[in-house]
Design a protein around this ligand. Structure first.
Ligand code: SF4
Ligand code: SF4
Length: 437
């Protein structure tokens, strides 16, 4: 009874301090503007199944993909054991499902143990890759300090989770041999029976009982630690990759969103039907997060910081300051800054105003956005369908259309487009060549 009270108290404390942080993230995403979602619902579900659940793009680098799959599948199945721990914690009992679901119980626990062992190997490989082999994409300027430690913290947490499962299960099996009334037999768990159970059988029952409880609590506290830590971590992608891939852009890569007001003017200028007028004010790019749409902000919180985008970026490879991963991390940091300072309010017309005197341009320099070749390699590489290019283009639009800025060398291109509707100032219409050839 006392243990159940402590369990409920500790769980409630963690929930009390964690829920506001999750609420802050929801608030941050809602700072983005509403934008129509394109593509079919069927395709969205398919994208979510393929890219978030199936991790399809992770296998473009097969070794990393397989090890990541070990951790991911182990995470999914360990939740079954976590559910039982939660029920046992509240009821003050042991192994709620043992004996209730027949042979399925040892099957599931053996599956959890097997996957946990694979996850342990994968975790060790990832730690070595980051900290000893120093894979280049994990040692870029934007991944120093906290973002680098963040990955290590989670990897060490996973090691503690796996070890505590195996120790807890080994001690439990030793106890169920001597005190079956208190510790109901759940069948044989092969890995822990071989690895850890012998260490408890040679000691007093009270020692095995103490160890079982210690590792049970350790396992649960690490789970609670993850719950409290996730909203501060890139590992939020475990959950947010699902909605992010569902709402991801389905347009052909490279298709730029038109600015409705400007499109009307251009069509009028070319003698074409301008289409029906829209009541909405045209949006000329983005200077800050409330100019970006909600999907972009959601994706910023879904970024795994894997750096695959940056590794593929030709600008980054040739030593430019641009890193698409940093663009996404900057969006997320700016969201958190605005929410933390509560420096925003909705005007009467529903528009959002951010009044801290800062913008995305304080984090993302013009040097970065104009270094982009718009090649789409980052979009192609991202395993969770994030589109860093979209934000780069929006910021360029703001800089050029609202600030009259942008590289001076681009002005001749703009003049050509305006005067001759062609990139090169050709006389006549740009399609004449088709008739003469
Ligand atoms: S689209 Fe821009 S940011 Fe993305 S990979 Fe190409 S150059 Fe880099
Ligand atoms: S944007 Fe995509 S590819 Fe780039 S770091 Fe984030 S998850 Fe990885």
């Amino acid at each position: 009874m006392f243990q159940a009270l402590v369990f409920i108290f500790v769980t409630s404390i963690v929930a009390y301090f964690s829920i506001p942080k999750y609420r802050d993230i929801a608030r941050a995403i809602s700072l983005g503007r509403m934008a129509p979602v394109n593509g079919s619902v069927g395709q969205r579900w398919k994208n979510m199944a393929l890219f978030a659940l199936g991790q399809k793009k992770m296998f473009s680098r097969p070794i990393a993909g397989i090890f990541h799959l070990f951790i991911y599948v182990a995470f999914l199945f360990t939740q079954l054991e976590a559910i039982e721990i939660f029920i046992d914690g509240i009821s003050g009992g042991h192994r709620f499902f043992a004996g209730k679901i027949g042979v399925l119980y040892p099957l599931l626990i053996n599956l959890v143990e097997g996957l946990s062992a694979l996850a342990l190997v994968a975790t060790a490989v990832f730690l070595i890759r980051r900290n000893i082999l120093k894979v280049r994409r994990f040692h870029k300027p934007e991944l120093t300090g906290w973002p680098f430690r963040d990955a290590n913290i989670i990897l060490f947490g996973e090691i503690v989770l796996v070890i505590s499962i195996l120790m807890m299960n080994g001690a439990y099996q030793a106890l169920s041999l001597t005190l079956p009334d208190i510790y109901p037999d759940g069948g044989k768990f092969f890995l822990s029976a071989w690895l850890t159970q012998p260490a408890f059988e040679t000691h007093l029952t009270s020692y095995a009982g103490m160890c079982e409880r210690t590792f049970w609590w350790l396992h649960y506290l690490v789970i609670l630690g993850f719950v409290a830590y996730l909203p501060h971590s890139k590992h939020l992608h475990i959950f947010l990759a699902f909605p992010a891939s569902y709402y991801g852009n389905q347009h052909a890569r490279g298709k730029m969103e038109k600015i409705s007001g400007v499109e009307r003017e251009v069509r009028e200028m070319l003698g074409m039907d301008p289409g029906s007028p829209s009541d909405a004010e045209p949006q000329f790019g983005a200077a800050d997060i409330h100019h970006l749409d909600r999907t972009t902000l959601l994706q910023a919180f879904s970024c795994t910081e894997c750096g695959r985008c940056t590794a593929e970026c030709p600008a980054n490879q040739t030593g430019k300051r641009l890193s698409p991963r940093k663009i996404i991390m900057d969006i997320r940091d700016r969201c958190e800054e605005v929410v933390k300072n509560s420096s925003y309010q909705r005007k009467e017309n529903g528009e959002l105003e951010i009044a801290d005197g800062k913008s995305l341009f304080d984090r993302i320099s013009r040097e970065e956005i104009y270094a982009c070749t718009t090649c789409n390699a980052c979009v192609e590489a991202c395993p969770v369908l994030i589109n860093p290019l979209q934000t780069i283009l929006e910021m360029r639009r703001w800089d050029i259309l609202m600030q009259g800025a942008g590289p001076a060398s681009w002005n001749s291109l703009f003049n050509s487009l305006e005067n001759s509707q062609a990139a090169w100032s050709m006389s006549g219409t740009r399609t004449d060549w088709m008739q003469t050839n």
